[in-house]
Each structure stands twice: as structure tokens, then as C-alpha cells.
Design a protein around this ligand. Structure first.
Ligand SMILES: *Cc1c(COP(=O)(O)O)cnc(C)c1O
Length: 524
């Protein structure tokens, strides 16, 4: 019934001729790790309890007949299991994380320290408002700075991620149109250079999505957009800086045209890191924009950490934003404006998006980040992020095709394509080769407007030495591809696993573990 533990050996893909497979399957400190159900069984236990008195059974016929099936492990076995798994992750605390459109930057330890102060970490959202004045003060002050930095009029703090913020903004637009009696405006225009969550959000909110093409320079085709505006258009969703890593220079012109045609302008501001302190979206005529606190104002977010996507609103849209929000009174006292108590004060709100007020831990981190950087520090964040990305772009454009390299400097990310790689080699080979060099690959095959895209976002927190090493690694892999190095086709060679069937994993995911049936048993 159980698998033979001592003789169990992971199936080893031959590591491309690199070294001999070991007895354990481990490669020095790179340890194989089985699932916790495979290490422990329900017949082993980490704790020996004395048999208790037979309790009177009050469950009627509902008593469990079989063991629950949880693996019993000792404390050190459990600790080792999770520690080994944690070592298989790549993390921003291990090395440069070049994922484009993600802003994987260093998270100052100061933020973590502040977020863990018991007065912030141990509060409960259902506590009486009088007992959490400090926490509400953090939310209120952060809201103030977000409005200040964006030049907007109001802000909704509760959305819990970028995509959730998009939904918030689009629902506010929907509510505003309804109030105007123009609920028939059903079309949201989304340029090709927008982030993928934009069309998904618009469709989810019940709008029809129409594409607007990009120009040769990777920016919105303003003329095509203006031609499409009309009485059925609810608004546009524009990512700025866009997913080609470029600033949409015509944003004000676009906003004016959309407003003249009766629509609203949603801006995807997830990449605010590249423009914070330099550009105020409010000056560009934007009506709603989410800010990814977890990208611009730090917070560990790779691998499923929490997000937070506050949405700033123009004066026209502010009344339609969600509840709850904080309000500071002249005496410094802060109240929460909620539908139960203040419906008459905020009658046009589209309602509530989340159970509570938002991500408290992230608010604390973001405010710490803003206050510790100051206005000049935040401006320098944007400048250094852009400088670093341009350094990567210009350092590699002789070996990798840079489709918009001709269109001037990039913003926070450098975009390359697989154009010019020899027959049989593509972006995937470059990405897999980078794994052998000890880097998490950059974003690949996105944005879709570019064939075989490779999107590199170094962020402002990398030193020149770190960038030079990364550039050296990427250059070496690109040169190997150009020289037709067949070894690259089966990279990575040094990782615990080589190429996985990613399509199979996505299309036919195996989400439930089943105890393997022993060959001998299966034959019985
Ligand atoms: C990251 C990102 C999003 C989505 O943000 P989430 O917090 O992951 O939901 C949307 N748009 C752009 C441009 C992004 O970079």
C-alpha cells in the first residue's frame, strides 16, 4: 500500500550529460523534495499521545470510518520539508529578478519592521473605530499622499490588487454613465499595448472590448482611437507607461478627445514606479487610475504575496467610488464612511468591493516607503529605474533585436524580440539558458504586439555591478543562440528539472494528490 520509502528515487531526467545522477537525486546542496504526503503517512506520527478515555460519541452515525489521511511528521522533518521547498524558490532576496511588467524591487527591511509593530499588525478590522485611530490614521495619510503624488481628487483604498483596482475604476465609470442616463455606452477601447488584465476587467464588468492598434513606435495609434470614439464608447483603458516600456506621450490629447466624445479615461498605473514624482496623472486628464502599491511603494509580492491596488479618481468620478473610506475631522478624529451609517453622504457610490478597508500591512509598508524616501527620493526612484532600463537596452541591442530601440529611450523596462535568432532558436531558449546562469528569466512572449517578446525590468534597486553581471549573462546566452549552440535547446541543465510540459500543466492540471498504487499491488 505505501511506497517503498528507502528505495524511492525520483525519476531523473538525464541532466544533459552534466554530471552523474546521484543515489539520492540531490545535486550537492540542491536537494530533491517529495510531497509531504510521500514523506509521511497516516501511520507515522510526530507526537505520541497517550490513548485517551473513550469519549461518549455524540456524532450519531457520522463518526469518521477511516483515518483522515494526514501525514504524520516529526517537527524536524516538517521544518526540513518546508525549508527545502523554500530553497527551490527564486526570490528578490537571492538575486536580480528581471520580470518585466512586475517591478520586482528590493523591499526595505524598515517597512517590514514598521508593518510588524503590534499596533499595526495585531488590529482587527471589526474593532471599534475608537480603538484603531492610529491604523485609520495610516490609511488616511497614505490616501493623502497618493492623491498628492497623482494630482487627483479622491482615492479608494480598499481594492486588493492591480486587477481589482481596474474593476473598481471601471465600476465607477459604469455608475457615472448610469447616473447620466448613458448606460447604453457599452464599448471600452483598449490599445494593443495595454496590460492583459485591462480587456479582462472591461469584459468582466459587462463592457464590449475593442482593440486599438499600436503605431510602429509601440504607442497608441491616436488617430485610430479618435476615429473610433462615438456615442457607444464608455471610455478607454490605457496603460501608461505601456507594456512596451514606453511613455504614451499623447495622453493629454487622448484624454481631451475621449472627454469631448463623452467617455471616461481609465489609466492602468501599475507602472507608476517609472514616473512617480515626475508626472502627475491628474495633469493628463485621467479619470481613474490604480496604483500597485506592491510595485511602486515596495512590499514582497512574488509568489503570491499580498497586493494592494488603490484607485485615484478625478473630481468627476470621485462620488462614484466605493465604500468604505476614512474621513479626518477638524479635531483629528477619524471616522469610517460606510454604507450602513453614511448612505446619505455618499449616495452615488457603486458600493463595497471588499469585506473590510483594504490591506493594512501594505498600507503601513507603503506609507513607510513614501515618508522615508521623501519627494526627492521618490523622484530619484523613477529616474534610476528608467536609467537602469535604458542601460540594459543599450547594452544588449547589438545582440538582441530591440523593436522600439529606434523610438527613443524606454521607460522602466527594456523590450527585446527573437527577431534575428537563427532558425530553430527562440525566446524560450534564451529564457531557459538564463536559468542555468542563475537568473529568474525575464517576462517572455509578452507584450503580444512583439513577436517572441522578452521584457526586462531591472528596477532602480540594482547596482551597476549587478546590472553588468546580468547583461553579461544575457549576452552570453544570446551569443550562444546566435552561434546555434544545440545545448541551449535542452537548457536548463543545472536546474532540478529541465523543460517541463508547460502547456500540459496549464491545460490538464493535476491538482489533487493521489497515493501512488504500487506496481505489485496494481497487478494483484
Ligand atoms: C501588474 C500589473 C497589473 C496587475 O496587477 P495585479 O496586482 O497583479 O493584479 C495590471 N497592469 C499592469 C501594467 C501591471 O504591470
Amino acid at each position: 500500500m505505501s511506497i517503498n520509502q528507502s528505495g524511492w528515487r525520483p525519476e531523473r531526467p538525464n541532466a544533459g550529460g552534466q554530471g552523474t545522477p546521484t543515489h539520492t537525486g540531490n545535486k550537492a546542496l540542491m536537494l530533491e523534495e517529495r510531497l509531504i504526503f510521500e514523506i509521511g503517512t497516516d501511520r507515522t506520527t510526530g507526537v505520541d499521545f497517550a490513548a485517551g478515555d473513550v469519549a461518549h460519541d455524540r456524532l450519531g452515525g457520522l463518526t469518521r470510518k477511516n483515518p483522515i489521511g494526514l501525514p504524520g511528521l516529526s517537527e524536524p522533518e516538517t521544518v526540513r520539508h518546508y525549508t527545502r521547498l523554500s530553497r527551490q524558490n527564486y526570490a528578490i532576496d537571492l538575486g536580480l529578478f528581471p520580470l518585466g511588467s512586475c517591478t520586482m524591487k528590493h523591499n526595505p527591511r524598515l517597512n517590514e519592521r514598521i508593518a510588524r509593530l503590534p499596533g499595526f499588525a495585531d488590529v482587527h478590522p471589526l474593532q471599534p473605530v475608537e480603538t484603531v485611530q492610529g491604523a485609520l490614521g495610516v490609511i488616511n495619510e497614505l490616501a493623502f499622499w497618493l492623491i498628492d503624488l497623482t494630482g487627483m481628487h479622491g482615492v479608494a483604498m480598499s481594492p486588493k490588487a492591480g486587477a481589482h483596482g481596474e474593476l473598481c475604476g471601471i465600476l465607477a465609470i459604469k455608475a457615472a454613465l448610469k447616473k447620466r442616463g448613458e448606460g447604453h455606452r457599452k464599448v471600452i477601447l483598449v490599445p494593443e499595448s495595454a496590460h492583459g488584465t485591462n480587456p479582462a476587467t472591461a469584459a468582466f464588468a459587462g463592457f464590449t472590448v475593442e482593440d486599438i492598434p499600436a503605431t510602429k513606435d509601440g504607442r497608441v495609434d491616436t488617430e485610430a482611437l479618435e476615429r473610433r470614439l462615438g456615442p457607444d464608447v464608455a471610455g478607454v483603458m490605457i496603460t501608461n507607461p505601456n507594456t512596451c516600456g514606453l511613455f504614451e506621450r499623447d495622453m493629454k490629447k487622448i484624454s481631451d478627445a475621449v472627454h469631448a466624445a463623452g467617455g471616461y479615461v481609465y489609466c492602468d498605473g501599475a507602472n507608476f514606479n517609472a514616473i512617480v514624482g515626475r508626472v502627475r496623472p491628474g495633469d493628463l486628464g485621467i479619470d481613474a487610475m490604480h496604483i500597485n502599491l506592491h510595485k511602486t511603494f515596495s512590499t514582497p509580492h512574488g509568489g503570491g504575496g499580498p497586493g494592494s491596488g488603490p484607485v485615484v479618481f478625478s473630481e468627476a468620478l470621485s462620488p462614484f467610488g466605493p465604500l468604505p473610506f476614512t474621513e479626518r475631522h477638524a479635531d483629528g478624529h477619524i471616522t469610517l464612511v460606510e454604507e450602513e451609517t453614511f448612505a446619505d453622504r455618499h449616495p452615488d457610490s457603486f458600493g463595497r468591493m471588499t469585506a473590510f478597508h483594504g490591506q493594512m500591512g501594505m498600507f503601513t509598508r507603503a506609507l513607510t516607503y513614501i515618508l522615508s524616501h521623501g519627494a526627492d527620493g521618490l523622484r530619484q526612484v523613477a529616474e534610476d529605474a528608467v536609467l537602469n532600463a535604458n542601460y540594459v537596452l543599450r547594452s544588449l541591442e547589438d545582440v538582441l533585436d530591440a523593436p522600439f530601440g529606434h523610438a527613443g529611450p524606454c521607460m522602466h523596462e527594456a523590450l527585446f524580440s527573437d527577431d534575428g535568432l537563427p532558425e530553430g532558436f527562440s525566446t524560450i531558449d534564451i529564457a531557459k539558458g538564463l536559468i542555468d546562469e542563475g537568473y529568474h528569466p525575464m517576462t517572455v512572449y509578452f507584450p503580444l504586439v512583439v513577436h517572441g517578446a522578452m521584457l526586462v525590468e531591472p528596477t532602480e534597486t540594482e547596482s551597476k555591478a549587478a546590472l553588468d553581471q546580468f547583461i553579461g549573462a544575457l549576452r552570453s546566452v544570446a551569443e550562444r543562440a546566435k552561434a546555434g549552440d544545440a545545448g541551449l535547446k535542452s537548457a536548463p541543465h543545472f536546474a532540478p528539472r529541465s523543460r517541463l510540459d508547460e502547456t500540459g500543466a496549464a491545460r490538464k492540471p493535476v491538482l489533487v494528490w493521489k497515493e501512488p498504487v504500487l506496481v505489485a499491488e496494481a497487478a494483484e
